[in-house]
Design a protein around this ligand. Structure first.
Ligand SMILES: O=C(O)CCC(=O)C(=O)O
Ligand SMILES: [Fe+2]
Length: 240
């Protein structure tokens, strides 16, 4: 994964370390959106300290495959068993991400934003993100599923999401997911289309810690803590 993506971090060697970009990600996206919204959506999963650090990176899928494309590609399988699309220039021609196998993230919560620019003709087909069953019972705490779901025989595959440009998904890192193969839209073979660009942000605890055990209701963060963290000292009065 991430054959053509970049890490956005001022402290990692080889990463994109543009201060304005990291400030935007940290100040506007992580602090103002991912943390408070993640805490609000998953109150039984995210507690004080579980989402204090982040890791941001971009990904690019490229589905231009076949003879119609300007470069011939063939589909190979990499060391992880993932299919990749490789330029047939020579045996070691560059390879491109094409799909993403089912996995969990090394995060408590993940934000994934589609960066495609439709005005630049960045269109693609396929590449839906699929999700498996919500991790109600991952070996911790009691299984809080609605039993009627099982009675209805609902399977393990809960749904797929198709990204439109600008759209974001926020999900638990523990929620198993992956991405279906990408392709060039019909009638656009031979163009540069068939690519998907996304920015992914993982949140986790200090030293990369990812908590799994759910919290009891009495231990959920309150509204004040969700927005200001658990160590705030400022008096806060709603409506002022
Ligand atoms: O956009 C993608 O295909 C990556 C999906 C994913 O793995 C994630 O959101 O964590
Ligand atoms: Fe993921």
């Amino acid at each position: 994964m991430n054959r053509h993506g970049v890490i956005v971090d001022t402290n990692v060697y080889g990463a994109v370390s543009m201060k304005s970009l990291t400030a935007l990600i940290e100040g506007q996206i992580v602090d103002r959106i991912v943390r408070p919204v993640g805490r609000m959506l998953f109150p039984d999963r995210i507690g004080c300290g579980d989402d204090v650090e982040y890791f941001a990176f971009t990904i690019r899928y490229d589905g231009g495959v076949g003879e119609e494309h300007h470069v011939d590609r063939d589909i190979r399988v990499d060391g992880n068993g993932e299919r990749i699309a490789c330029d047939v220039i020579d045996v070691d021609g560059p390879c491109h991400d094409f799909e993403l196998k089912e996995h969990r993230d090394a995060s408590i919560v993940t934000l994934n934003i589609n960066l495609n620019l439709p005005e630049k003709g960045e269109r693609y087909d396929g590449s839906e993100v699929f999700f498996r069953e919500f991790p109600w019972n991952d070996g911790h705490g009691k299984d809080r599923r609605d039993p009627s779901i099982h009675e209805k025989g609902r399977g393990n595959d809960v749904g797929t999401v198709r990204f439109s440009p600008g759209m974001a998904i926020i999900h638990l890192g523990a929620h198993r997911h992956g991405s279906l193969p990408i392709s060039t839209p019909p009638g656009e073979k031979g163009t540069d289309n068939g690519k998907r660009y996304n920015l992914v942000i993982w949140l986790f605890g200090a030293d990369g810690d990812v908590r799994i055990a759910p919290y009891e209701k009495d231990d959920h963060m309150n509204v004040m803590q969700r927005w200001h963290g658990c160590n705030h000292t400022k008096e806060y009065v709603f409506g002022l």
